[in-house]
Design a protein around this ligand. Sequence first.
Ligand code: BG6
Length: 494
Amino acid sequence: MLSKGTKVSVKVETLVLFGATGDLAQRMLFPSLYNLHLDGLLAGELTIIGSGRSKRDRSAFQGQVREALAEHLPADRIEEAGVENFLERIDYCAIDAGAGTGYEELAALLGDRLGRPIGVYLSTPPSMFGPIAQGLRAANIACAECRIAMEKPIGHDLASSRDVNAQVGDAFAEDRVFRIDHYLGKETVQNLLALRFANMLFEPLWNAQAIDHVQITVAETVGLEGRVSYYDGVGALKDMVQNHMLQLLAIIAMEPPSSVSSTAVRDEKVKLLRSLRRMTAEDVKAHSVKGQYTSGAVNGGAVAGYADELGDPSNTETFVALKAYIDNWRWKGVPFYLRTGKRMPQRKSEVLIQFKPVPHNIFARVGAGKLNANSMIINLQPEENIRVKVMAKQPGLDREGVKLKEVTMDVSLSHSFAGERRRIAYERLLLDFIEGDQTLFVRRDEVEAQWQWIDSIRDAWGQVDMAPQNYTAGSWGPSSAIALIERDGASWHD
Ligand code: BG6
């Protein structure tokens, strides 16, 4: 729905995928590209060059992609002729980005395509972003029409993200840099914009006058999933809050952009991110909770604790809950409670908007009792629905007083749009990248504003020496996370 924002340039003719033998490429990127191919959305001349450190020939790599498609796509999407045509687009070039070798071979393989629009997609360890951008520039592969996409994280704090951005910026202008946050590719996240700005119903109430607080939950049932080397030392704050949750927060809380152009939307998001109140040592004691899961049960199966999976004790948090404030007119005094964790009882991402109670209860004298304040629950995944809780009168003659009851207005998006195939977030992001639309990508100033706030929390955690508290796998986090919100008279929507 967002699309057709500002296009920076023509479509890329060649996609060079670094990290092409890695997990993300196999699970998401090739299946997404294949889906686009099958739907006729990729131009005939688009060539995809996979790149990894190991040497292998074109047909061996095509075989690997074929297996990845079979493994990660539903059987009804696999069409033999479609797969064959798709594989025809694919080539391979070994590049050792760490050693800085292989760029000349890539340039040779590109041949006539050199100097024409090339999209370079980095699905590599983040420490490689700067060196690859430099390597491409040195080999004249970073032409004016060329662009680069990068997975998260961009750096590990503000200073290092500035370094990465500067190194990449030396080779590619900002309007050629596409920073990926795959949450922005999710249909339901884009739908938040439609909900807020394509309806009159909500926006007049979307402020501190009518809203008591907001909750954002991103709960996962998975644990480390073999990502030990990446995750330990990173933790939930940097892995989930710095990017996905702050993007959600920005979309929920930003001022209305004047259009869905990439500049208009991203200007509003960055303003919002800069309004987040930084946390001090005093703040983190009262407004943050870190947790780490111990052994327990998830989805009916026993699971090991984080330290056991790791094989060592660790201070890394697998859960974080925060109470955040946005210092601007619209949100004065409204707490935003954020929580995310691994090994939670269920996978769910949702936003809860808790409205204030009505100013005066006209039903009090006729025995109707307490009126529940309205709330709106926006489920982003796995269910896609919006529920609004409102008070209604129970039918009857009311001889013994009026009876009111909370009822739910339920809009199921998967039901309303039943015939439409749900696309992988990366389909949207890859297509926008190929076509040059930056709206759903994170701008440099956004990523830096995100780090600025996260650094304030990490610095404050360091000052008070905050260690994660244990929670049993399969629970909603440490009990102090419950206290964090209940102290304010509210409770998490579980
Ligand atoms: C990634 C994180 O960015 O997002 C993972 O690194 C996390 O730790 C994943 O599991 C969650 O994504 P999704 O799309 O499954 O909600």
